[in-house]
Write a protein that binds this ligand. Structure first.
Ligand SMILES: [Zn+2]
Length: 438
């Protein structure tokens, strides 16, 4: 190496001398550029110094919690800033329906004075609920990232020994949506009578973020056609108000397909006297027994058979302690001879809720529950013939809107059926056709 140095140095001196002017010009340019960037760095630095120094705090939703539980823990973290979190909640309460899941996080940004400046809650990867402090108070903003929507039509048939539920789960449809499909269809389809070869068709709408992350899905349409059970269709109806309780599945003629089967009034059922004519055990006369008697020890818990409002909670010499509950379809369930009543008139009860205890009050030969049912016209009916609470039909403007939506859904099905059919997987014979909407 030593050998080459003289040559190399001579070459460099010669080169530099020849290009002195050019070199200086280049250096000047570099210096100017550096000065410029120092300038912009300075500006960036100033900008950074103007960015408020927020502290981000967060807390996590735990089992069984509503927004208030999380807010109260955040409140405890922000000393002196507690009033603001109430205002944050007020700003979004009309816009956000909190369906919290364990592990979700609420974030707040607080300034140096411990005032809440921002709130953020993201129920999924595409949706963020943001509340920002402005000069005129807290303002709610819904931030949504774009999603791709896809329609898929699944078609298949029951196989020997298979159920619709089982097949749809094998297909890989999320359990919640499978539950919706069978829930709406079982309002019309007597599944125990369905048999191999009976056909189904289902239209699902799925939303994806960045084309592959599944965000949400809904059952738009479900159809079942069976030799014994007939042909039935269910359509998803959407009210203009996304939070409307009318948003559900209906038949084309507007019958709601909300399955609400009755619970049993007692945990163990032993009928000691059924509905209808009988010789009365005390008077000896032939009378009509307007209910069913269930034998049970005094003190056994009595449950409401469905959701409703307590319309009677009282005592008379015949029925003893009695409770009546009016249900959504105008029918009432009756519970008599109770030893104890646990609910008063006006109370709202949920299905299966404990409402009293079995006894032998009133005209009774021993501890039992007399369970009765009146139809919407007030006539006694056999309670064993009552298996579900009917939901109201759509009418008027809503029925007209449903008819339009049914047309749209049929159009979407036809368009999607034009796509090539693909076998979903090897564990079923179900075929799927998919169409991207946007
Ligand atoms: Zn009775």
């Amino acid at each position: 190496m030593k050998f080459f140095y003289p040559f190399l140095c001579a070459f460099l001196v010669f080169f530099s001398a020849c290009h002195e002017e050019e070199k200086l010009a280049a250096l000047r340019k570099d210096v100017a550029a550096l000065e410029n960037s120092v300038d912009s760095l300075q500006k960036a630095k100033e900008k950074l110094q103007n960015v408020p120094n927020y502290t981000i705090l967060s807390d996590t939703v735990r089992a069984g919690e509503g927004p208030f539980h999380v807010f109260s823990r955040l409140k405890a973290m922000v000393e002196g800033g507690d009033a603001d979190l109430g205002k944050v909640y007020l700003a979004m309460q009309d816009s956000v329906e909190f369906k919290l899941r364990v592990g979700e996080k609420f974030y707040i940004a607080v300034d140096a004075d411990r005032h809440v400046q921002r709130f953020r809650y993201a129920p999924n990867v595409i949706t963020s609920h943001v509340v920002v402090r402005t000069d005129s108070g807290f303002v709610y903003k819904l931030v949504e990232k774009p999603v791709v929507r896809k329609l898929s039509v699944y078609e298949g048939a029951l196989e020997e020994g298979s159920t619709l539920n089982g097949i749809l789960l094998k297909v890989g449809i999320p359990r919640r949506m499978v539950g919706v499909v069978s829930g709406v269809l079982q309002c019309k389809v007597a599944f125990p009578l369905a048999r191999a070869g009976d056909r189904f068709r289902i239209l699902l709408e799925d939303s994806y973020f960045q084309d592959s992350i599944w965000v949400s899905g809904k059952v738009v349409y479900a159809e079942f056609e069976g030799r014994n059970v007939g042909h039935h269709e269910a359509f998803r109806y959407e009210d203009p108000d996304p939070k409307s309780s009318y948003n559900a599945h209906y038949t084309e003629s507007g019958d709601a397909l909300v399955f609400d089967g009755l619970r049993y009034p007692l945990e163990h059922l032993r009928i000691t006297s059924s509905y209808g004519s009988r010789v009365h055990p005390i008077t000896g006369r032939v009378t009509v027994h307007y209910g069913v008697d269930y034998g049970a020890p005094t003190g056994t818990v009595v449950h409401a058979v469905a959701e409703g409002e307590v319309t009677v909670s009282g005592f008379d010499n015949l029925s003893g302690n009695k409770i009546a509950i009016r249900h959504r379809d105008g029918t009432t369930s009756w519970y008599m001879h109770l030893s104890a009543r646990g609910v008063g008139v006006g109370a709202k009860v949920s299905p299966g809720q404990a409402i009293g205890r079995v006894g032998s009050t009133g005209r009774s030969t021993g501890p039992h529950l007399h369970y009765g049912f009146r139809n919407a016209q007030g006539q006694w009916i056999n309670p064993l013939s009552k298996t579900m609470i009917a939901t109201p039909k759509l009418s008027g403007e809503r029925l007209a809107r449903l008819k339009e939506q049914v047309k749209d859904i049929r159009k979407e099905i036809d368009l999607t059926l034009a796509a090539p059919a693909v076998k979903v997987n090897d564990s079923t014979d179900v075929m799927v056709r998919t169409r991207v909407l946007n």
